[in-house]
Design a protein around this ligand. Structure first.
Ligand code: MG
Length: 266
């Protein structure tokens, strides 16, 4: 099931997306069946269906926290001249960095070099801590696309990445949460980034140095994850600049395509 979050007539709701998109950037032909309740508990479909292009898609989840992993693909670490860390290397992106499909990535005033990073995002289903490897599948609601937008120049000059990777609009998520992809399937999916239709990044999630299981075990050794929390799993090679007016898309096989425009102005 593809679970979207959207606004309609001033109300916010979750819904199950039905139908096949006519193209990667098109929601034509898709309808959303409004969910009674929330997707983090038992819920029912209302049977009330609305065309997806008649609603405004929102970030599919409002995370309490986004935990992201740096240098989890060897070819990306190498392209920036970095060593691969011996263990997962986590950082936070604040909840205020999250935007939804179609929202604007606003280039921060303090940076001259902002990059896209296409990433598979894991959406957590339940409160969990110290998750054993064999239980990881039980704490995952599903998967969505993420763009770990990064002020690369700031990342190089500031030891902590709070500003470089935490500025407003630096965490596009969407277009929906795919719950029908299991952990085994999610561990080998094609992932790409395009800018203005030009392919910039192309990899597979099987290239991750630390698997999704590794990451959930590692993070929950340290902290409690809450329903709706999001884990970003790292980016493959090919990161590059975003400029005012660009359209950037992150596509993940069997999940969907997340498209955002880039602007220098609010
Ligand atoms: Mg990243």
């Amino acid at each position: 099931m593809r679970i979207a979050r959207f606004s309609i007539d001033g109300n916010v709701a979750f819904g199950a997306v039905e139908g096949d998109p006519t193209g990667p950037d098109s929601f034509e032909g898709l309808v959303v069946d409004i969910i009674k309740g929330i997707p983090f508990a038992d819920f029912e479909l209302s049977g009330t269906k609305v065309p997806l292009d008649k609603v405004r898609l929102l970030p599919p989840v409002l995370p309490n926290k986004v935990v992201a992993i740096g240098r989890n693909y060897a070819d990306h670490a190498a392209e920036l001249g970095n060593e691969v860390p011996a263990a997962p290397w986590a950082f936070f992106k604040p909840s205020t960095s999250v935007i939804g499909p179609g929202d604007a990535i606003v280039l921060p005033s303090f940076s001259r070099e902002v990059h896209h990073e296409a990433e598979l995002a894991v959406v957590i289903s339940r409160l969990c801590k110290d998750v054993p490897r064999e239980r990881v599948k039980d704490v995952i609601l599903g998967f969505t696309c993420a763009n770990d937008v990064t002020a690369r120049d700031t990342q190089k000059t500031e030891k902590q990445w709070a500003r470089a990777k935490g500025f407003d609009s630096s965490c596009p998520l969407g277009p929906w949460i795919e719950t029908g992809v299991d952990l085994a399937a999610a561990s080998d999916l094609a992932i790409t980034a395009t800018v203005n239709g030009e392919l910039r990044q192309a990899g597979r999630t099987s290239q991750m140095l630390n698997s999704i299981e590794d990451l959930v075990v590692n993070i929950t050794e340290a902290m409690t994850l809450l329903p709706g929390d999001v884990l970003l799993t790292g980016t493959p090679a090919g990161v590059g600049p975003l400029r005012d007016g660009d359209q950037v898309s992150v596509s993940i096989e069997s999940v969907g395509t997340l498209t955002n425009r880039v602007t220098a102005h609010r």
